[in-house]
Write a protein that binds this ligand. Structure first.
Ligand SMILES: CC(C)(COP(=O)(O)OP(=O)(O)OC[C@H]1O[C@@H](n2cnc3c(N)ncnc32)[C@H](O)[C@@H]1OP(=O)(O)O)[C@@H](O)C(=O)NCCC(=O)NCCS
Length: 195
């Protein structure tokens, strides 16, 4: 998948070092874990992601690369690693068990925040979800206090659906405000394209 500034490559074993790099920044994991991941945790997450990419053609995980020079086409190059984009089937305990849906997620290296890149990559994944992977609805979830993540959801035309309160063994700061879920249906997405 390509956008103006990004190349999205399906996640493969050769990308493990990039997932390790991403999860070595505590700020990136502030609303996910509250600390950096261990190497064993990243390996386990990589294996889980590769498995979740299997059941439905077209769903899964992508590594986003950018171009050093905005006029140059993006290439797969460690130096231009932007982040990890996610579009698996919903699979968490607080998620709908619906084979016609997908769950959008994103995790970018900090130096690429606030450039519109998560929104740009997410728009490409929404198009892919509805036009290629035949999805009926895409949802996204985050901590209510994760304003960056909610900002992406709003920027790409998703609507707030609900707030819910999972029970955590070790709640992160802000967990008392709960988690939010946003959604976009195929009809909403199509209407946004026409506008
Ligand atoms: C969340 C994250 C992916 C946002 O990526 P990004 O590329 O900076 O987002 P964008 O530049 O596309 O911004 C989209 C919108 O959100 C807003 N936004 C982004 N970060 C924000 C922040 N920290 N606080 C408030 N608003 C923010 C932007 O201003 C923009 O709004 P606009 O369309 O009105 O201009 C990035 O901060 C990140 O990787 N965070 C760590 C991982 C994470 O928390 N992932 C989500 C877990 S569910």
């Amino acid at each position: 998948l390509r956008t103006d500034r990004l190349l999205l490559v399906p996640l493969a074993d050769r990308h493990l070092e990039l997932e390790l790099l991403l999860d070595s920044d505590p700020e990136v994991l502030r609303y996910l874990k509250g600390r950096v991941s261990t190497e064993a945790e990243v390996i386990a997450a990589h294996t889980r992601r590769m498995g979740l990419a299997e059941p439905v053609d077209g769903l899964g995980y992508w590594i986003a690369f950018g171009a050093a020079d905005a006029t140059a086409p993006p290439i797969e190059d460690k130096a231009e690693f932007v982040g990890l984009m996610m579009l698996p089937l919903p699979h968490g305990p607080d998620q709908p068990d619906d084979p016609t849906m997908a769950e959008l997620g994103y995790r970018l290296v900090r130096r690429h925040w606030r450039k519109g890149l998560a929104s740009e990559a997410s728009r490409a994944l929404l198009q892919h979800a509805f036009e290629t992977a035949g999805r009926r609805k895409v949802i996204a979830q985050t901590m209510a206090v994760n304003l960056g993540s909610r900002g992406v959801m709003e920027a790409i035309g998703m609507r707030y659906a609900r707030t819910y309160f999972p029970v955590w063994d070790e709640p992160l700061p802000g967990a008392e405000h709960g988690e939010v879920e946003y959604e976009i249906t195929r009809e909403m997405w199509t209407a946004n394209q026409i506008r």
